[in-house]
Design a protein around this ligand. Structure first.
Ligand SMILES: Cc1cc2nc3c(=O)[nH]c(=O)nc-3n(C[C@H](O)[C@H](O)[C@H](O)COP(=O)(O)OP(=O)(O)OC[C@H]3O[C@@H](n4cnc5c(N)ncnc54)[C@H](O)[C@@H]3O)c2cc1C
Length: 382
């Protein structure tokens, strides 16, 4: 008899794992509580404007992983896309990430790269081993650029002072001393022409896969399956019995407009006296399409309650301690593997999600052949 695999969640983690296992001859049932596949990457056309909307927030595909890039090309046509983000600070518009243009506009100068590097270095504080986001920012960009471009946005995003956040967050936001305003460094960048939901539907389109939407999986039923892959929240699998892992959620305020409302896909609003962090204008995520009307999202981060969608894991000391307890509990679950952004309580870009699902499928299939236990996690959460 063929082994029966249960994949909880039809996001990228679930879809890629299901596909790899189905191709290896397994029968896979994929369930999702939502009425659509693709998880948080879901896209759908807005009925009023015809614009492809990124329902759970803007998603841009970017990667240096050739294997992942080749993989997604098999299931969708990708259109060229360059992510260029702007930011409005105190009534003026600047280019992000902070680059030579931003620096020259902000300080009213016409510095060349070396001059700008020396200028910024003269403003920074000598903090040998920065521990917090704020210390890192002061050591890295100095007080003026920090106050304008990083402080307010970070406070709104995380709901706490940057002096309470780890330095590691800012390590990912480099300054550029040239005019390159491509937000990402990766060699491959693009958008699926027909949206992410079409991409994920294609990945799931295999005779060995059965998809059931609007179906909530109850962990108490795990023993009815040969193996369960769980891409839901790690604490949710255990009915939150040790407490809830902390997340930030997002409220999106949708509005429509005629023509072109802001002239770009994403405009950040870091000022502390503006409640939202950014506005996304979704038709600019598909520059190859033409739409007379426009649909936009104002984005408001806040603490995630029990009925909200968990977006960003907080992962401060308190959460990591609770996470360690859940990891220990997970080790006792016999036929379950926890996967993806919620199952491992990490922020994962789409390319990393796909890479981890591909690698986990290889490990799982090899373990089945060898008769050894399946891994408990796609990647260690701690
Ligand atoms: C605001 C935002 C913007 C982002 N932008 C980008 C970007 O620009 N580029 C990029 O590469 N990445 C981006 N990401 C990351 C991207 O969303 C993730 O990489 C991806 O969604 C991870 O897929 P997943 O399958 O692990 O999780 P998910 O997409 O969350 O899928 C999990 C699924 O499991 C289902 N589920 C949970 N519990 C149950 C249950 N008990 N029964 C049934 N179903 C259940 C849920 O309904 C959900 O659909 C962004 C993330 C956020 C939050």
């Amino acid at each position: 008899m063929k082994a029966r695999l249960m994949m909880v969640g039809a996001g990228l983690s679930g879809a890629v794992l299901a596909r790899q296992c189905a191709q290896a001859g397994y029968d896979v049932t994929v369930v999702d509580a939502r009425p659509h596949v693709a998880g948080n990457c879901h896209t759908a056309r807005d009925a009023d404007t015809g614009v492809m909307v990124h329902t759970y927030g803007p998603h841009i595909f970017h990667t240096d992983d050739d294997g992942v890039w080749d993989y997604v090309q098999r299931f969708a046509t990708f259109m060229p896309y360059k992510n260029q983000v702007k930011t409005t600070v105190a009534g003026k518009v600047y280019s992000l990430p902070v680059n030579l243009h931003t620096i020259n506009q902000f300080f009213g100068t016409a510095m060349r790269p070396d001059e700008a590097r020396d200028f910024v270095a003269a403003q920074t504080s000598d903090i040998p081993d920065p521990q917090t986001f704020e210390e890192q920012a002061l050591a890295f960009v100095g007080p003026d650029l920090y106050a304008a471009f990083f402080k307010g946005y970070t406070e709104k995003q995380w709901g706490t002072s940057p002096s309470n956040l780890p330095a590691s967050i800012l390590k990912r936001l480099p300054l550029r001393f040239n005019y390159d305003d491509n937000y990402f460094f990766h060699r491959h960048q693009g958008m699926p022409r027909d949206g992410y939901t079409a991409l994920v539907a294609q990945i799931l389109d295999h005779p060995g896969i059965t998809v059931k939407l609007e179906t909530v999986f109850d962990p108490a039923e795990a023993d009815q399956w040969d193996h369960v892959f769980w891409s839901g929240p790690l604490d949710g699998f255990f009915d939150y019995k040790l407490g809830r892992l902390g997340y930030r959620t997002l409220d999106f305020e949708l509005f429509r407009a005629d023509g072109d409302w802001q002239g770009c896909a994403v405009m950040n609003h870091p000022d502390a006296d503006v409640a939202h962090t950014r506005i996304s204008e979704h038709k600019h995520f598909a520059p190859w399409e033409n739409h007379d009307k426009s649909v936009l999202y104002r984005e408001f981060p806040r603490a995630c309650g029990p009925d909200d969608i968990p977006y960003y894991p907080i992962r401060l000391a308190e959460e990591k301690s609770l996470l360690a307890d859940y990891v220990a509990l997970a080790e006792t679950a016999s036929n379950v593997t926890f996967v993806g952004r919620l199952g491992t309580y990490r922020y994962l870009d789409m390319d990393v999600t796909i890479r981890e699902a591909l690698d986990l499928a290889d490990t799982f299939l090899a373990a089945r052949t060898a008769g050894t236990p399946a891994p408990r996690f796609s990647k260690a959460p701690l």
